[in-house]
Design a binder for this molecule. Structure first.
Ligand SMILES: Nc1ncnc2c1ncn2[C@@H]1O[C@H](COP(=O)(O)OP(=O)(O)OP(=O)(O)O)[C@@H](O)[C@H]1O
Ligand code: SF4
Ligand SMILES: [Mg+2]
Length: 440
């Protein structure tokens, strides 16, 4: 786990019907994802992997997509460039506008051109992403030779330089190596060097530093930062570790069970988290941006398997703040109205800035944490207990049992009566601990 520091800049968004049209930040977005829905059809079930994800990214901006294992980060990133495993993976709905073109509607040759020249990806598994029968030099230089019209010698110089930038010494010698001759961490760095080789307009990096030790991790993140500064590359970085994205990103989008549940500038997420899941994530990492770091608390319980159509808030079985409505209705992503004047205003009518340094803090929650509660990591309202599943709602009872690691309720047993399932200590229901550290 990496120590987290709060950055001091920008956030993302999604459209909500009936709300004032979202405005991009300065300059307009390079990437605009709207209402992306992805399903997997498996032999046993449908997996509801991504459930209406929307966000924007401006040139030169870095957005961190964060969440526990299985929450849909990789599937979202693969869907953007139509690289979902076929035939199981299916984009059901949505648009992915990249520089004015909808990537989901380009022809295959058009899309290949965009992927080769304008969008680079670092995949989560570098071994399966590198070609085992080509040496590193060939794989690193082929794009440059095709797209940049440089000589082989120039391409080799550049490739060796890129390897040294990502912390691989003796770059010239390494160009002759095949992927199996490199360690996992080196293969990951080769993937990053390949992704940077063409100075893409958009870099999508899925857990780019997981296999690296802390020093190399910092070096690689620095290379990515330089790329955004020098070439104006926009970066979507995916990680389960909020610490990794704290320094690198301007904005963060927190994902849970295929939904973006909170998004804001990185500084705002660290300083004023409001969604109980974000609060849980922050309480599970060590913080160096707060005066008195508190004890670490992994989020208890486990994320849902996503094999049932989402009904209500998917975090409800693990949430200490849940209300009765949470079991039934998934709240829309709307502006945080906590700074609104007393008496309140309907957050659904607040204007939204979708990207850039002035991006609006958005969250999807019926009962967000107050500042004091976020710090304490639990609801502080006297007498408050999380709402038990509604009587007769077998689905919710099963979800709660699954999240607690308890045996599933027997068909013959009556569903939990009000109060039965409610923890009374104000903390999330107990279950198998899910540490963010251990996720992924
Ligand atoms: N090929 C597949 N077939 C069926 N389900 C899949 C497939 N790939 C992913 N899923 C499911 O889609 C959901 C989202 O998976 P995804 O890989 O995006 O998670 P993630 O957030 O990237 O997790 P991790 O941090 O472990 O990489 C999960 O429920 C996962 O089981
Ligand atoms: S309060 Fe309700 S809507 Fe908010 S995270 Fe908890 S269960 Fe979900
Ligand atoms: Mg993943």
């Amino acid at each position: 786990m990496t120590a987290a520091t709060a950055a001091t800049t920008p956030s993302a968004s999604r459209a909500v019907p009936g709300r004032v049209e979202a405005r991009p930040g300065e300059g307009g977005p390079l990437l605009k994802v709207d209402d992306l829905v992805v399903r997997f059809a498996t032999n046993d079930a449908t997996v509801y992997a991504v459930n209406g994800v929307s966000f924007e990214l401006q040139p030169g901006e870095t957005l961190g997509l964060v969440g526990e294992s299985g929450c849909g980060k990789s599937v979202t990133s693969l869907a953007l460039t139509r690289l979902l495993p076929r035939p199981a993976g299916r984009i059901e709905r949505g648009t992915v506008m990249f520089d004015g073109r909808d990537l989901l509607r380009l022809t295959d040759p058009e899309l290949r051109e965009v992927r080769g020249e304008e969008i680079s990806m670092v995949f989560q598994d570098p071994l399966t992403s590198l070609n085992p029968v080509l040496n590193i030099g060939t794989q690193l230089t082929e794009g440059m030779l095709v797209h940049e019209g440089i000589t082989r010698a120039e391409a080799a110089d550049r490739a060796a330089e890129l390897l040294s930038m990502v912390g691989i010494p003796d770059g010239r010698k390494r160009l002759k190596n095949y992927p199996h001759q490199l360690s996992g961490g080196m293969r990951q760095r080769v993937m990053i060097a390949m992704a940077l080789a063409l100075k893409p307009r958009l870099l999508i990096a899925d857990e780019p530093t997981t296999a690296l030790d802390v020093t190399i991790q910092a070096q690689v993140l620095e290379v990515i930062r330089q790329l955004t500064q020098q070439s104006g590359t926009a970066v979507l970085i995916i990680t389960h570790d909020l610490g990794v994205v704290a320094d690198l990103t301007q904005r963060i989008a927190v994902m849970y069970a295929g939904f973006i549940v909170e998004t804001a500038t990185t500084g705002e997420i660290f300083a004023h988290p409001r969604h109980p899941y974000t609060v849980g994530l922050l309480n599970s990492i060590s913080r160096i941006d707060v005066d008195t770091p508190s004890e670490l608390h992994p989020i208890e319980g486990a994320p849902p398997e996503q094999t049932r159509e989402p009904v209500g808030c998917p975090f409800a079985p693990r949430c200490a703040w849940r209300l009765p409505v949470c079991w039934k209705v998934m709240p829309p992503l709307t502006p945080d109205a906590s700074g609104a004047p007393a008496g309140g205003i309907d957050p659904r009518i607040l204007p939204v800035v979708a990207s850039g340094p002035a991006a609006t803090h958005l969250l999807a929650c019926h009962n967000p944490a107050t500042a004091e509660e976020a710090e304490a990591g639990m609801p502080l309202r006297p007498g408050f207990v999380p709402a038990p599943p509604p009587s007769g709602d077998r689905g919710a009872t099963i979800a709660l049992a699954e999240s607690e690691g308890a045996p599933l309720p027997d068909e013959s047993v009556a569903p939990a009566a009000d109060g039965d399932a409610a923890p009374t200590n104000g903390r999330p229901p107990r279950g198998p601990a899910t540490s963010i550290e251990g996720a992924s």
